[in-house]
Ligand binder design. Structure first.
Ligand SMILES: Nc1ncnc2c1ncn2[C@@H]1O[C@H](COP(=O)(O)OP(=O)(O)OP(=O)(O)O)[C@@H](O)[C@H]1O
Ligand SMILES: [Mg+2]
Length: 264
């Protein structure tokens, strides 16, 4: 499945790299990434390695720098130092839209669908770089995964519920069959049943062989859905490792996972 092809979310579809985790290739790599806002250090030497067919969770308190990491990877921000590589290619000179063409897409915090446009028009925006003749097929793949979007295709996106708008935002990112999806707090503000749906979609994206970098408030659920986790504090990765190891790490539990009890 190359960049620009519609994603096939059918069960068992797509690349399913066999073998152990360690043999999977890194899709996206960040090395020693630094970022500043004015005089304030926002990221200080962040390193990540995200592999195809895996979910990597990025956790951390408010203001830790999670959104800044995603925006630096997608090209919305220019890092002050370090390198970002997609399939081994340095992205320093690659603009946001060319990163999207190459299969690196971000679903921003707060959904950000265009409320005045219809559901279908929002999906078409996501397919701006797909050859015209292939757009209907790309949209159909999204409609097959999200039947509610098919039902509502002619309605303004602003008339959808919060959960439906989140599905639309994710569908718009998936329409091009990306190689890696950056998700910024996709479950924020949603009802528990809709949160379950969001995590189901994350699992399906992974099963289709796509890489996911998932920023989540709900650290426990994120780690349960993830292969690997990173904990960010004050712009630095302070802990990282296999998700099951982080779930059992007393320091991670005390600092981040106990908080989830308030949410459930
Ligand atoms: N455009 C900006 N200009 C100035 N400072 C910024 C900007 N964006 C982020 N910051 C600062 O950088 C730091 C990291 O912010 P960021 O939004 O990346 O955190 P976050 O981990 O995503 O937080 P949250 O959980 O609240 O979403 C914060 O101190 C924030 O105030
Ligand atoms: Mg954020």
């Amino acid at each position: 499945m190359g960049s620009g092809d519609p994603i096939d979310l059918a069960p068992g579809a797509g690349r399913r790299p066999g073998g152990a985790t360690a043999t999977r290739p890194a899709v996206l790599t960040a090395r020693d990434v630094h970022m500043r806002f004015g005089g304030a250090k926002a990221l200080n030497g962040v390193a990540l390695e995200i592999r195809s067919g895996e979910v990597h969770a990025l956790l951390g308190a408010n203001g830790a720098g999670k959104t800044t990491v995603l925006r630096t990877l997608s090209g919305l921000l220019t890092p002050r130092g370090g390198r970002v590589l997609l399939d081994g290619d340095d992205l320093a000179a690659v603009r946001v839209e060319d990163r999207v063409r190459r299969g690196l897409v971000q679903v921003p915090e707060g959904r950000s669908v265009v409320t005045e446009l219809t559901v279908e028009e929002n999906l078409q925006l996501g397919a701006w770089h797909v050859a015209r003749g292939r757009v209907p097929g790309a949209l159909d793949a999204v409609y097959a995964r999200f039947p509610i979007l098919a039902e509502r295709r002619g309605l303004p996106a602003g008339s959808l519920s919060g959960g439906e708008q989140q599905m639309l935002a994710i569908g718009r990112a998936l329409v091009t069959g990306p190689r890696i999806v950056l998700l910024d707090e996709p479950s924020m503000g949603l009802a528990p049943k809709v949160v379950d749906e969001v995590f189901a979609v994350v699992r399906e994206i992974r099963a289709a062989g796509t890489a996911v970098l998932l920023v989540e408030q709900n650290a426990r659920r994120a780690l349960e859905a993830a292969d690997h986790g990173y904990v960010l504090a004050r712009g630095e990765v302070v802990t990282s490792g296999p998700a099951d190891r982080l779930l059992a790490d007393p320091e991670v539990v005390a600092a981040y996972l106990g908080l989830d009890d308030r949410d459930v």
